[in-house]
Ligand binder design. Structure first.
Ligand code: URA
Length: 232
């Protein structure tokens, strides 16, 4: 699970005590989500930490029946240290509410835990994490899956689907159908809320938003069916 940019000793700066501490914290199996939350900020598995303000761990109850995974923290998430608290987070929270779900009851996380961006004047423009950054960060996602042990993981967009499945998929081809992820969990792929924000046409935006909400409702109905008929 190592990437070419994950080793702090390969950098030109001298290795520090903080690097050793970070490696000790992030190289072993964790015993609780609280421990994981504290350790993410010290992660040095790739180089994104260098320009980020915070490592942004997942948030929510553990265990939880439903876990949502996005791509990576954006500008607001990086500054606040919490996942999905910016514009895409507002869409996600509203969609969860419209689907009858309280966000506090689901575990919300990201494929990559540090913000990747390009400075543009006073703004910081989001950049998609690379395959090696997704791979380096997968250790955290695996630990979250183990500690949260969800029945269903909703992958929000292609990056999350790829991070969880370990290979690229076309979202439109696998959308809203449960697939086995591991012994404990299934995965359900849908769009990322920021896709909804980018749709320029209002009517299409409303239609796509309704589809997204319906998929969240369908996911919950699937969990309920699975709970009452686990063999199906
Ligand atoms: N987009 C994501 O994928 N995750 C966040 O936390 C915010 C925006």
């Amino acid at each position: 699970m190592k990437s070419e940019d994950s080793d702090p000793t390969s950098e030109s700066r001298p290795r520090t005590e903080r690097d050793d501490e970070a490696q000790a914290l992030t190289g072993r199996t964790l015993t609780s989500i609280d421990e994981l939350r504290a350790a993410v900020d010290s992660c040095r598995r790739c180089t994104l930490w260098k320009s980020a303000t915070h490592g942004v761990p997942g948030e929510g109850p553990a265990p939880a029946e439903l876990m949502l995974v996005g791509e990576a923290p954006g500008d607001s998430e990086d500054l606040q240290g919490h996942p999905f608290v910016g514009p895409a987070g507002a869409v996600l929270t509203r969609a969860l509410q419209d689907a009858g779900l309280d966000r506090q009851t689901v575990y919300v996380s990201n494929s990559v835990k540090h913000f990747k961006f390009e400075p543009r004047g006073k703004r910081r423009l989001h950049i998609k994490p690379s395959a090696s950054e997704i791979e380096a960060c997968h250790w955290w996602l695996d630990e979250e899956l183990r500690l949260v042990s969800p029945k269903l993981v909703i992958a929000l967009g292609g990056t999350a689907a790829r991070a969880l499945l370990g290979h690229a998929v076309t979202v439109s081809q696998v959308r809203a159908a449960p697939m086995r992820l591991n012994a404990a969990s299934y995965i359900w792929v849908t769009v990322h809320p920021s896709y909804l924000l980018r749709i320029p046409d209002d009517a299409q935006k409303r239609a796509e938003y309704s589809r997204f909400v319906q998929e969240l409702r369908d996911a919950v109905a699937w969990i309920n069916r699975k709970t009452s008929h686990p063999e199906k």
